[in-house]
Ligand binder design. Structure first.
Ligand SMILES: NC(=O)c1ccc[n+]([C@@H]2O[C@H](COP(=O)([O-])OP(=O)(O)OC[C@H]3O[C@@H](n4cnc5c(N)ncnc54)[C@H](OP(=O)(O)O)[C@@H]3O)[C@@H](O)[C@H]2O)c1
Length: 282
């Protein structure tokens, strides 16, 4: 069987785990593929995708900061990608890009399946309104959270995300400076990249939590340490990082491309065991 090309595009992307995850899925399922990481700044993205297709590219994952740009170049999109306004999985079909977003399904599968947590009826707070938050927000609403409040450093992006959800009764934006006055939450999701690369951190009030709060960081490895440490210090019952979501969103993409469902638990266990402290995030 000849190899066809797949890749993850991002900026930066060199330390992405996606090539390892997709290679492991391919070994499990007997699929032959070449999957690489391609660094493309936003202004280089369209040109890099064109070259990739010219070299036999059939599918791509897209990570920060390119998910909203990926949505814009698609001729067709899945319903969940349209709700998100962001694409993390591209498939080249009939000379066109088809876009999907597997981030939200990946997160919910990790939380409810792997971690056995029930999201229904939880009041949810999401920090961040970038490409990952856009994928996760509709999936949390579908999973039955009672309310979703989105807070972002740049408030206009939180407003745009909430407008896209179209559920003004249940999904609302608030200002970051009001975090001390918006009550407590059963679910708090950190969908920011604030802690990546040793960047500046942010302070969160403990009043956001209760002893039953589930705190989720979409980051993993070193980038998840500050938020999960805050959650433990606040007394949150559960604190989950983004490694399981990463593996699950990859499994969804792999199945869409190759028609075979990989054993994501085996790959998750191998990554968790091998790298007690993963140093990069996707
Ligand atoms: N586990 C997984 O499978 C998975 C999947 C996707 C993403 N992720 C992780 O999720 C994070 C977000 O990814 P993304 O694709 O959404 O990135 P993105 O589109 O670049 O968005 C970044 C978000 O972080 C916020 N932010 C950045 N620095 C901040 C700071 N110092 N203080 C407060 N907010 C800050 C941004 O706010 P502004 O709008 O104000 O700039 C924006 O909301 C990344 O770290 C990524 O690694 C994990």
């Amino acid at each position: 069987m000849s190899s066809v090309r797949y890749a993850v595009f991002g900026h930066p992307v060199s330390h992405s785990l996606s090539p390892r995850i997709h290679a492991a899925f391919a070994r499990q399922t007997g699929v032959s593929l070449a999957y690489t990481a391609i660094d493309a700044a936003p202004h280089e993205f369209v040109g890099a995708l064109d070259r990739f297709v010219g070299e036999g590219g059939k599918g791509a994952n897209v990570t920060l900061p390119l998910k909203e740009a990926a949505f814009a170049i698609c001729a067709r999109t899945s319903e969940r990608a349209r709700r998100a306004g962001a694409v993390n999985t591209l498939s080249w079909n009939d000379g066109q890009w088809h876009g999907d977003n597997t981030d939200g399904a990946g997160l919910v599968r990790d939380l409810t399946g792997r971690n056995g947590l029930d999201l229904r009826g939880r009041r949810a707070l999401m920090l961040g309104a970038g490409g990952a938050a856009r994928g996760v927000a509709p999936a949390l609403l579908d999973a039955g959270v009672s309310e979703l409040i989105v807070v972002n450093r740049t408030p206009e992006r939180a407003d745009a995300l909430i407008d896209a959800m179209g559920e003004p009764e249940r999904a609302l934006s608030r200002y970051w400076q009001d975090l001390g006055e918006i009550g407590d939450f059963g679910l708090i999701v950190n969908a920011t990249s604030a802690a990546r690369g040793g960047g500046e951190d942010f302070d969160l009030p403990f009043t956001l939590t209760t002893p039953r709060t589930l705190a989720v960081d979409l980051n993993y490895g070193e980038a998840a340490i500050p938020f999960l440490a805050w959650a433990r210090a606040a007394g949150c019952r559960d604190a989950v990082d983004g490694l399981g979501m990463l593996v699950e969103q990859a499994a969804e993409a792999f199945e869409a491309w190759h028609g075979a469902r990989p054993d994501s638990d085996a790959v998750y266990a191998a990554l968790r065991g091998k790298d007690a402290l993963l140093v990069t995030a996707d």
